[in-house]
Design a protein around this ligand. Structure first.
Ligand SMILES: [Zn+2]
Length: 191
């Protein structure tokens, strides 16, 4: 499940969210997975935003440490990108890429924001439960690749322990509330 496929002939990156009627433009099998090279199906229903998926029940089998995504997680990427563009002036000159493989650490950034001066920052949406050890490991990997990271905590990942880790590590914590659309920036934690 992904928004990004590579055209099987040209290897062009195709972002399926950029098409109003993707089924009229992209055929299943036209694109392959950017991580494992398998052909992708076009999925465009009435409820969920259009996306690609591997054929059958197959998950992606690649060296990359990516995780199966929920429809909610996919939707959250577009909501968050819109929020960043609308609320942070410096983001208006930045380029947004989705699901960007970072080969040197075998991870895939949810949203990679590229600023004109070369600064790169990954915005990661974390909805599934996660330990602070895992948050630390993923953060260290991004730093190794020269990329800053912001963790947007939502749902099961939005715990006091994870908030405290973010505040301690970055000096702030940001949370994502997909139901209300209220995204918070927290600098200190309630005792
Ligand atoms: Zn794949």
């Amino acid at each position: 499940m992904t928004f990004i496929g590579l055209h099987k002939d040209t290897s062009e990156r195709i972002d399926i969210t950029q098409f109003e009627h993707p089924r009229l433009i992209i055929k299943s099998g036209d694109c392959v997975c950017q991580l494992c090279g398998s052909p992708l199906m076009v999925r465009a229903g009435n409820v969920y935003r259009a996306h690609f998926s591997h054929y059958g029940e197959r998950e992606c089998h690649s060296e990359f440490r990516s995780h199966p995504e929920s429809p909610e997680h996919r939707e959250a990427k577009t909501i968050l990108a819109q929020f960043l563009k609308e609320n942070y002036l410096e983001y208006s000159s930045a380029r947004f890429d989705y699901e960007v493989p970072i080969p040197e650490v075998r991870r895939v950034a949810d949203i990679l924001v590229n600023f004109p001066m070369g600064w790169r920052i990954a915005h990661e949406i974390q909805l599934a439960g996660i330990s602070i050890e895992e948050l630390q490991a993923r953060t260290d990997d991004y730093y190794k690749a020269g990329i800053d990271v912001v963790w947007w905590l939502g749902k099961s990942a939005d715990t006091l322990t994870n908030r405290a880790w973010c505040v301690q590590t970055f000096g702030y914590c940001v949370t994502l509330n997909l139901r209300t659309g209220n995204h918070d920036r927290i600098k200190t934690l309630p005792r």
